[in-house]
Design a protein around this ligand. Structure first.
Ligand SMILES: O=CC(=O)O
Length: 331
């Protein structure tokens, strides 16, 4: 379904430059929002549709770059927490504001992280398949044995992580009896360290010492392919790896090798390259690789409530942004 109406627009505070966004919400019914339809359409069609529009509302599956931003949009919004598909450089050049949906997914993302870790550690999908084909046969004490979260060491890679996601993930995993949390971020996170507690470590140490590694970072030049052969080679052969951030954070060929050689125990992926992953992709052949079709954002909370604000200052290259614009969109 296509969101057809903005029923309520609530504004909190004003920042320099926010006037363009204000204009958008006040007159949203009158503006030409030609590209508001969410279903994906071919790039050529998108480029045709953006000509002469003032607002663009799209999904994370589309690259919003110079070609798209050629038209003088007042604002671009993406229905996603990540905005790695949007060229911030180009936005700055044209003075275009960016809306995205921070915080909306924090809980859902943490829940999916738990689901991925349990699905891989308990070999849930494989077990379901076996049950369907009567694969369990007679009782075998070692069959389908997995590694539990209880007493484990959990590494959380949250480099550039936003909106306390890293802490929320740890909070969700704590009740499972995780013994120790290790984390990586751009800087130590004292609030999280105190709340969990958790230890700030270098990547190598996290790779070496963790029983589980879960990735929840933003895609940035610093995190691109950070999970590569060097990291996988330091992991234990009992370690389970999971990623629900962005596919490009992982070197997928290296992950394939790590699974094929038995260098790691299993992987759970909600994101990959490309998306959708072709059904004949070699990763699908592993029983110990759980692949989900990027469903972190499949939660009603994100559909009915979008919190639009500008990306963090650092990524916005010095632009000072303080307040939020909140738009409720009902389908
Ligand atoms: O991955 C989901 C999102 O960025 O919203």
């Amino acid at each position: 379904q296509i969101p057809s109406k903005v029923l309520e627009a609530r504004l909190t505070g004003v920042t320099p430059g926010l006037d363009r966004v204000l204009n958008l919400t006040h007159s949203i019914h009158y503006m030409r929002l030609a590209a508001i339809q969410l279903p994906r359409f071919p790039r050529s069609e998108l480029l045709k549709k953006v000509a002469g529009i003032q607002g663009l509302y799209r999904l994370l599956s589309e690259r919003i770059d110079a070609d798209v931003l050629d038209a003088p949009e007042s604002t671009v919004s993406t229905m996603s927490v990540g905005y790695d598909h949007v060229s911030l450089e180009e936005l700055k050049k044209t003075g275009t504001r960016l809306g995205y949906t921070p915080e909306v997914l924090t809980e859902a993302a943490a829940e999916l992280t738990v689901a991925l870790l349990l699905a891989t550690s308990c070999q849930l999908l494989e077990a379901v398949d076996e049950a369907k084909v009567s694969g369990w046969g007679s009782w075998k004490p070692l069959w389908m044995c997995g590694y539990g979260l209880t007493d484990s060491t959990m590494g959380i890679l949250g480099l550039g992580c936003i909106d306390e996601l890293q802490q929320t993930v740890a909070m969700h995993l704590k009740p499972f009896g995780v013994r120790k949390f290790l984390y990586i971020n751009t800087a130590p996170q004292p609030k999280m360290a105190a709340a969990i507690p958790t230890e700030f470590v270098p990547l190598e140490e996290m790779a070496r010492c963790s029983d589980f590694i879960t990735v929840c970072c933003m895609l940035s030049p610093g995190s691109q392919s950070i999970c590569n052969s060097s990291m996988f080679s330091q992991m234990k052969d009992t370690t389970i790896f999971s990623n629900r951030s962005r596919g490009s954070v992982v070197n997928q060929d290296d992950l394939y090798q790590a699974l094929a050689s038995g260098h790691i125990a299993a992987a759970g992926l909600d994101v990959m390259v490309p998306e959708p992953l072709p059904t004949d992709h070699p990763l699908f052949k592993f029983k110990n690789c759980v692949i989900l079709p990027h469903i972190t954002n499949a939660t009603w909370s994100r559909v009915v409530k979008g919190c639009y604000r500008d990306p963090p200052t650092a990524l916005c290259k010095g632009e000072i942004l303080t307040e939020n614009l909140i738009i409720y969109i009902l389908f």
